[in-house]
Design a protein around this ligand. Structure first.
Ligand code: F0G
Length: 459
């Protein structure tokens, strides 16, 4: 099973959780329309829906909350945040936003013209939607291996430079306002991008005068994978690696709810002064003054502290290795998961797990529902439901049909991981009994959040 990296903290405060009865779980699942997003948190025993905003803050961050300067303008906490972003990420200008999608909204608005194309290394739901709402078209330029759950390549988040160049040749560089590069790639399974690839993408983009913006949401996890896997980086600190990564971008959007170790917050950062001015013009419309962007002063303080804590070697090693522990247990039992194990989650390959279901019977949604019934563990569908419909109204059929077991940062112990692993292994042994699902309600956009289902009768 490999070595276990023990917790680099001791527990000062606890939040009781309980597992409700099997009967109560069945009633809760039916009330939620078989959609794990619609369950009440109190009915969940181990919540692996997301690693977003579910982080346990440190005692220093909690202390920081008391130092909130809640002035409407010019709060000192904004300047702390700005300093932290400058020091740790290296970008000159920072616009706080209420969370990552607030930053995506502003970036898409200030850079995209109708008819533009935005290449990216696999889509993310909110990112792509903001691009489309501004008249842009997302184009996937990730390497082919990313779509193959069983390929064990070390950097499956990489951009295929051939695909990127082909898009430039096809539509012209002036139709590509920026390249949007996620580090790591959430929907590919939390897979990282290599430093060499970041460097190459920047070089290609620079030749054509195209900007590069990172979706930096899980960038510290990406830095850890570079340290572990890429030649020449074993002796470098996480902070050094992160700064080098960011040197290949013109700016970034950030969901602080992940690698900034906070429960709410985000930002848009960039070096270009004129872009910053434009971002400030829009942030006041959607979020608030450029010195708070939808956040309380105390939240900016917690994020500033979290940004500095996040690059601590022990903190990030524990985070990624705990995820790997869960993944290794499942791999040893023969459960089909996305390989290699990513930074924030273990992804079950639902098409391989439930081969008796077609993708149109929503195997990932069905498996997530059954996992809740079995053990009170909440996971998230990342497959055909998340991918939504195309412009013609047809279901998109992504190659990856996954259930994401997302591990919150600093929240659950290895014993919790064992409970999850035991349940998934039990379900795998009993997989033939798991029925497919069909819609009873489907909303028009971002349907995964609120759609409802019922089991498809068998036979
Ligand atoms: N980019 C990536 C890669 C994300 O994973 C997320 C959020 C966002 C942008 C948007 O950030 O939620 O702060 O507005 N991901 C969450 C998840 C929701 O569960 O994966 P946000």
């Amino acid at each position: 099973m490999g070595h276990v990296v023990a917790e680099p903290f001791r527990i000062k405060s606890v939040e009781p959780v309980r597992k409700i009865s099997a009967e109560a779980r069945r009633a809760a699942l039916e009330a939620a329309g078989y959609n794990t997003f619609l369950l009440r948190s109190e009915d969940v025993y181990i919540d692996l829906l997301t690693d977003s905003g579910t982080t346990a803050m440190s005692d220093r961050q909690w202390a920081g909350l008391l130092l909130g300067d809640e002035a409407y303008a010019g709060s000192r906490n904004f300047y702390h945040l700005e300093e932290a972003v400058r020091d740790v990420y290296g970008f000159r200008h920072v616009v706080p936003t209420h969370q990552g999608r607030g930053a995506e909204n502003i970036l898409s608005r200030i850079l995209i013209e109708p008819g533009d194309f935005i290449p990216g290394n696999m889509y993310f739901t909110t990112t792509r939607l903001h691009q489309e709402l501004n008249g842009g078209t997302f184009r996937d330029v990730i390497v082919d291996e990313a779509h193959d759950s069983q390929c064990d390549a070390p950097f499956k988040g990489n951009v295929d430079l051939g695909k990127l160049q082909a898009l430039v040749d096809e539509v012209g560089a002036d139709r590509i306002p920026y390249i949007c590069l996620a580090v790591t790639v959430n929907l590919a399974g939390g897979q990282p991008v290599s430093m060499a690839n970041l460097r190459d993408v920047k070089a290609l983009a620079a030749r054509h005068g195209i900007r590069v913006f990172f979706d930096a949401t899980r960038c510290v996890e990406n830095a850890y994978f570079i340290q572990k896997r890429e030649e020449g980086y074993a002796g470098r600190t996480i902070a050094e690696i992160l700064r080098e990564m960011m040197s290949y971008a013109d700016g970034c959007t950030m969901s602080g709810k992940k690698d900034c170790l906070v429960n709410i917050g985000g930002f848009l950062a960039m070096n270009d002064e004129s872009l910053y001015v434009k971002a400030c013009e829009w942030v006041v419309v959607f979020e608030g003054m450029p010195s708070y962007g939808g956040l309380a002063g105390r939240d900016m303080e917690a994020m500033a502290i979290g940004i500095r804590e996040s690059v601590d070697q022990d903190t990030i090693a524990y985070r990624v290795e705990q995820v790997r522990y869960l993944g290794d247990r499942l791999i040893e039992a023969g459960v089909p998961v996305v390989r290699p194990i990513g930074g924030h989650a273990v992804f079950l390959d639902a098409l391989r797990f439930l081969p008796h279901l077609s993708q149109d019977e929503f195997p990932a949604q069905a498996l997530a529902a059954r996992l809740y019934l079995d053990a009170g563990v909440r996971a998230m569908e990342r497959g055909i439901i998340s991918a939504g419909r195309d412009a013609n109204g047809a279901n998109r059929h992504p190659k990856l049909e996954l259930v994401r077991l997302t591990i919150p940062r600093r929240v659950y112990t290895y014993a919790h991981m064992d409970v999850v692993a035991d349940s998934v292994i039990r379900l795998y042994e009993d997989r033939a009994s798991i029925p497919g699902l069909r819609f009873t309600y489907e909303p028009p956009v971002l349907r995964f959040f609120t759609s409802r289902f019922e089991p498809v009768p068998r036979g």
